[in-house]
Design a protein around this ligand. Structure first.
Ligand code: HAM
Length: 424
């Protein structure tokens, strides 16, 4: 017997029961994005490897060990996108969207990282992200955070996520801090693990989010980034904090929050949760005012975030039981008797013409009356429309409310109004 071919490890199938929940959640997210005037951008899944190396940084986990990189037939190095910001900036520069303009954009789709799969961490995962270009004040950072807070409320998870915030300052401030940090780490080299020693000179900030317990002890004594912040960044951060205070959004300032990608400056933030078993980040983002220029565009301030869809959906399902899979259909059309299938299908088509919003399924393959009702229930229909031989002759239809059990026989032209009332 032939062996079954399984999906690639860490890459999931999403079956119809999953996709109905995904669609419902995505619709909520998109509706909120539109309410803030954000517009969708669609960018390719494959980009040149050099884009991610330059944007994300050579000495990051993503670029060092997590990218799916391969050569094209012509020998050009290409990579499955591990995130959306790099491609968004590339597209913005390429199409002249960024020069002297404001852009509020969003995107969604699959991302790829070769990580060890576990609950909430996959090799193909999905993000929904937003990027704003051309605005440098803290007001837009606050807007992005307010937008995400509105998402959590709409999904019923606001009590289960917590906002962590930090400022990592300007490039220059970070260079000053870096010197102080390296000097400190050199003095305590014996407490560092192999990874941290390697990164001590190439990317010392990454030592700050080491998960190694010994290193974490040392981290309690490291120089603080906040003491090295430049005045403008300090003011920017204070501006953001006061806007969030005014909006009633609570947060904690986490001075060790540096994020895993190199392009950030000033604001960095994460929405974290403890409700998925382990501590998990549902959403991460920040400012990256230098990236557009670094990728060849004109200097353009920018800020954004991305949410991991799988984590978000796991969280919604874990804490908001009211969020059930969508009812698949509103109504089910049953044909009862000989030669009535065509009439039943025609009635269904007429109803779809009149009620484009209706979700209507027609029974196929015949079957006992009772069996057809069981199918109607299986798909979650609220109403059943019965078309039998008598109804076809007289132009009538029987409509049954599956919740109350009430049933009425109507001329077919009255079916639309009756269904509308019933499905309200
Ligand atoms: P990130 O923190 O690398 O940031 O990813 C954002 C979110 O994607 C994470 O908080 C997490 O929810 C989800 N995520 C990341 N890796 C995985 C994985 N292997 N499996 C499941 N979910 C995952 C970025 O990607 C930045 N581009 C965000 C950004 C946009 N910053 C500015 N603009």
């Amino acid at each position: 017997m032939a062996t079954h071919i399984q999906a690639v490890r860490g890459m999931n199938d999403y079956l119809p029961t999953d996709t109905s929940v995904w669609q419902q959640i995505e619709d909520t997210l998109k509706q909120v994005l539109a309410s803030y005037g954000y517009r969708e951008i669609r960018i390719p899944i494959v980009e040149k490897t050099s884009l991610f190396k330059r944007a994300i940084g050579e000495v990051t986990d993503v670029v060092e060990k997590e990218m799916y990189t391969f050569d094209s037939r012509k020998g050009e190095s290409l990579t499955l996108r591990p995130e959306g910001t790099s491609g968004c900036v590339r597209a913005g520069i390429q199409h002249g969207l960024l020069y002297n303009q404001e852009q509020r954009l969003w995107y969604t789709g699959p991302m790829f990282r070769y990580e060890r799969p576990q609950k909430g961490r996959y090799r193909q995962f999905h993000q929904i992200g937003a990027e704003v270009f051309g605005l440098k004040g803290p007001d837009v950072d606050a807007e992005l955070i307010m937008l995400t807070a509105r998402w959590w409320k709409a999904l019923g998870i606001a009590d289960f996520v917590r906002l962590e915030l930090n400022s990592i300052g300007s490039l220059k401030a970070r260079a000053n801090y870096r010197e102080a940090l390296v000097a400190f780490l050199e003095q305590h080299k014996e407490m560092l693990d192999k990874d941290c020693k390697r990164r001590m000179y190439s990317n010392p900030m990454r030592v700050l989010d080491s998960k190694n317990p010994d290193v974490q002890v040392l981290l309690n004594y490291i120089p603080q980034l906040i003491d090295h912040l430049d005045d403008e960044s300090r003011e920017h951060f204070q501006g953001l904090c006061s806007l969030l205070d005014d909006a009633g959004i609570t947060y904690t300032v986490n001075q060790r929050l540096v994020r895993g990608l190199d392009y950030y400056n000033r604001t960095v933030f994460e929405w974290v949760t403890e409700s998925l078993g382990a501590h998990a980040t549902v959403c991460g983002g920040g400012r990256y005012d230098g990236l557009v220029e670094q990728l060849g565009g004109c200097a353009t301030p920018a800020v954004g975030f991305a949410v991991g869809m799988e984590r978000l959906i796991l969280l919604v399902q874990a804490v908001n039981p009211a969020f059930k899979a969508m009812q698949i259909i509103d109504a089910y059309v049953i044909a009862s008797g000989q030669d009535v299938q065509s009439a039943a299908m025609q009635l269904a088509e007429k109803l779809r013409n009149e009620m484009p919003e209706i979700k209507l399924m027609t029974n196929f393959g015949g079957g006992h009356f009772k069996k057809q009702f069981i199918r109607a229930n299986k798909w979650g229909a609220r109403a059943v429309l019965v078309v039998g031989e008598d109804e076809v002759k007289s132009g009538h239809v029987v409509i049954k409310d599956l919740h109350s059990g009430d049933q009425q026989t109507l001329v077919q032209t009255e079916a639309v109004a009756a269904l509308r009332t019933l499905l309200q």
